[in-house]
Design a binder for this molecule. Structure first.
Ligand SMILES: C[S@@+](CC[C@H](N)C(=O)[O-])C[C@H]1O[C@@H](n2cnc3c(N)ncnc32)[C@H](O)[C@@H]1O
Length: 270
C-alpha cells in the first residue's frame, strides 16, 4: 500500500490569519491537544516541532513571570498564558490589543517598538524582584532588532534559571543577530544552542526554498558561570548545506533545473 506524503501547501507560517491555519493536524493528537488546552485555536506561526519544543519547556518551567516579544495573533501567547502566572506581551502593532482584548486574564500588553519598551519593563521587573524565567524573542526579525532584544534581556540579573527562546534561528538575518548578541559578556549565561529546534527549508510559494523557523535557546542562571562560553550549533551543517542549495537555486532557478531533469528522464536527454 502506498501512502501519499506532502509538504504543507496551506499558508501556515506565511503570517496570515485564517481558521484553516489555527491548528496543525498534529495538534488534534490527544497528548498535544491536552497540553495546549481547549482554547488553543489561535494562529500560531510555528512548525509542529517548534510548538512541541515550546510546550515542553513551558510545561516543565511553569514560569511565574514570562515575556513575549512579538504577539501577532496570540498563537504562542496562548501557551505562554496557559503555563505562566503572568505574561508581558510586547508588539509594535496597536491592533494586537484590540484583537486579543479580554482573551487572557494574566497577560499585560505593551505596545511599541521593543527597543523602547523592553528596557523599561525589565527595570520594573528587576526592581520588583520578579522571578522572570522565560522570554520569547519573535518580534523585529532584522539582525539589529534580534541583537538588541537579546542584549536588553541579558542586562537582567536572573533570580531563577531563565530560558530565552528565539524564533527563526534558521533565517540568516536573524541568525546573524543571534550571533552578534553579547552572550559571552553576560556572566549569567551558561549555555547557548542556536539549533534547539532546527528550522526548515520553506515549502510555501511566497518564500520557497528560503530557510525559516527554528528555535534557539539561551540559558541563564542566578550564579555566574566559570570559564568561557561556547555557543553551540547542533545543526550547523544542515543549515549551511541548505543555505548553499538555496543560494545556488537563486543563481540557477529551481524550476528550470527540475524541468530539465524530467526531460532528461523522459527523453534520455543529457
Ligand atoms: C512572527 S510575529 C509573532 C508570532 C507569534 N510569536 C506566534 O508565534 O504566534 C512577529 C510580531 O512582531 C511584531 N514586531 C515587529 N517588529 C517589532 C518591534 N520592533 N517591536 C515589537 N514588536 C515587533 C510584529 O508586529 C508581529 O506581530
Amino acid at each position: 500500500m502506498s501512502i501519499k506524503t506532502s509538504a504543507p501547501t496551506r499558508t501556515r507560517l506565511a503570517d496570515q490569519p485564517g481558521s484553516e491555519n489555527s491548528a496543525h493536524p498534529l495538534l488534534e493528537a490527544p497528548l498535544v491537544g491536552q497540553a495546549l488546552g481547549v482554547d488553543a485555536k489561535l494562529d500560531w506561526l510555528m512548525t509542529p516541532a517548534e510548538q512541541v519544543g515550546m510546550l515542553y519547556l513551558l510545561n516543565q518551567l511553569r514560569p511565574k513571570v514570562a515575556i513575549e516579544i512579538g504577539t501577532r495573533f496570540g498563537g504562542s501567547l496562548q501557551v505562554l498564558s496557559r503555563y505562566s502566572d503572568k505574561v508581558y506581551s510586547l508588539d509594535i502593532d496597536p491592533e494586537v490589543t484590540k484583537r486579543l482584548h479580554g482573551r487572557f486574564s494574566n497577560v499585560e500588553y505593551l505596545t511599541g517598538p521593543s527597543d523602547e519598551v523592553l528596557p523599561g519593563l525589565l527595570d520594573r521587573l528587576q526592581a520588583d524582584e520578579a522571578e522572570l524565567s522565560f522570554a520569547l524573542v519573535d518580534g523585529d526579525h532584522s539582525t539589529e532588532g534580534v541583537r538588541k532584544d537579546i542584549d536588553a534581556l541579558l542586562k537582567y540579573t536572573p533570580r531563577v534559571p531563565m530560558y530565552i527562546v528565539m524564533h527563526d534561528s534558521f533565517h540568516g538575518v536573524c541568525r546573524d543577530g543571534l550571533k552578534a548578541a553579547d552572550w559571552a559578556g553576560c556572566p549569567y549565561v551558561h549555555a547557548v544552542e542556536l539549533d534547539f529546534v532546527p528550522g526548515i527549508v520553506n515549502p510555501f510559494p511566497a518564500s520557497l526554498g528560503q530557510l525559516w523557523g527554528g528555535l534557539a535557546l539561551g540559558v541563564l542562571k542566578p550564579e555566574p558561570r566559570s570559564g568561557p562560553l561556547e555557543i553551540t550549533e547542533w545543526s550547523k551543517l544542515t543549515y549551511e548545506l541548505a543555505n548553499a542549495a538555496y543560494e545556488a537555486s537563486l543563481r540557477e532557478p529551481l524550476l528550470p533545473r527540475v524541468v530539465k531533469r524530467i526531460k532528461q528522464r523522459l527523453g534520455g536527454e543529457r
